[in-house]
Design a protein around this ligand. Structure first.
Ligand code: ADP
Length: 339
């Protein structure tokens, strides 16, 4: 598809360049031709005068000087042919050079688009794949239950609880996809306000605290007031992703430290499983999940949280970085532009 588009684009480039080049050639030829016709006429007039003098000299038996021989009319015609062939050669060279150059430029123009389409396709395929798992489980469970004539109320409740888990999982994924789409949309203008990051982080800790406590994880915080430019929603989402991950990827009875500092800084530190060095360059990619989160004790997730976090930080004009040691823990630091 892109090869065809590249050829078409090259064709259009060529058409434009050749139209310009041919128009110039025609104009140049017309100008030069006029000049040649004028020179030809001057030569003819001179020739007529020379002929008259030669006739006079011949009639009087006088010798004709050699320089008054017939002027070379062919010289004008030859000059015209030379100009036509030079212009033809120049146009041919332009055709070849601009054909190659156009093909190269068309490649450069289409490369980012082709890359985007490729990413989009991968994204759709990943999203469909993630949706298929809970959908298949939902479908199978319902089909089996419909065939089972011996189900009692307890069985039905068990089935519905399992169905609800699948529905929740799909809802989580669709929420993630919507969030991602929202923050990656370059046309979306956030309604930026002055927001105290410490208050946002405090509220998020309040929400996640009970889940963390169930796992025996204690979230400690040092929240210093720092006012940044952002939106309540985006900063809440950002803090939530980082603090939830810190809890998710920490073993039982570990602690998580959350700090906000002057200069719009939010730091989330955990003492959990850490991230292998090889994974670090990929963790912000969409649907990327580290090996450790997929194997052993499987941790729930879609590999979209950090992509959303990164999109939010980019949208707010901030920076996000990670410092992690395998088996020791991870610190995510975010810096959001301050007021
Ligand atoms: P998810 O958590 O749903 O897998 P994320 O995009 O939030 O997706 O994270 C991508 C990957 O980065 C995770 O699969 C995990 O391997 C790694 N990761 C993120 N946060 C942490 C953390 N605090 N500690 C260890 N690994 C982490």
């Amino acid at each position: 598809m892109f090869h065809e588009a590249r050829l078409k684009l090259t064709g259009w480039y060529l058409l434009i360049i050749m139209a310009i080049s041919l128009s110039f050639s025609v104009a140049i030829y017309a100008g030069v031709n006029n000049e040649l016709v004028r020179i030809g006429n001057v030569q003819k007039a001179r020739q007529a005068r020379v002929d008259t003098i030669s006739n006079f000299l011949t009639q009087n038996g006088l010798p004709i000087p050699p320089e008054s021989q017939s002027p070379n009319e062919e010289t004008v015609e030859a000059a015209r042919l030379r100009i036509i062939s030079s212009l033809g050669l120049i146009n041919l060279s332009i055709l070849v050079i601009s054909g190659l150059g156009g093909y190269f430029l068309a490649g450069l123009t289409l490369d980012p688009i082709s890359e985007m389409v490729k990413e989009q396709k991968e994204f759709v395929s990943n999203a469909s794949h993630e949706l298929r798992t809970p959908l298949t489980s939902l479908k199978t469970e319902i089909e089996v239950a419909l065939r089972d004539r011996t189900m009692n109320l307890t069985d039905v409740k068990k089935l519905l609880t399992s169905n609800l888990e699948d529905v929740n999982s799909m809802q989580r994924l669709s929420n993630y996809l919507l969030e991602l789409n929202r923050y990656e949309n370059s046309d979306l203008e956030l309604e930026i306000k002055k927001i105290n990051l410490a208050e946002v982080a405090g509220r998020v800790i309040g929400q996640i605290g009970p889940i963390a406590r169930k796992k025996g994880i204690k979230i400690t915080s040092k929240l210093k007031k720092t006012v940044v430019y952002g939106t309540e929603d985006s900063l809440t989402e950002l803090s939530k992703i980082l603090i939830e991950n810190a809890v998710k990827y920490s073993g039982k009875n570990k602690s998580v430290e959350v700090k906000t500092k002057n200069g719009g800084i939010l730091e989330v530190k955990d003492f959990g499983i850490g991230i292998p060095e090889a994974d670090i360059p990929h963790i912000f990619d969409r649907f990327y999940r580290g090996e450790s989160s997929r194997s052993k004790e499987k941790v729930d997730g879609y590999g979209l949280g950090l992509s959303i976090a990164k999109s939010i930080v980019d949208k707010l004009g901030g920076k996000i970085k990670v410092d992690s040691k395998l088996g020791q823990g991870t610190t995510f630091s975010v810096q959001i532009p301050v007021t």
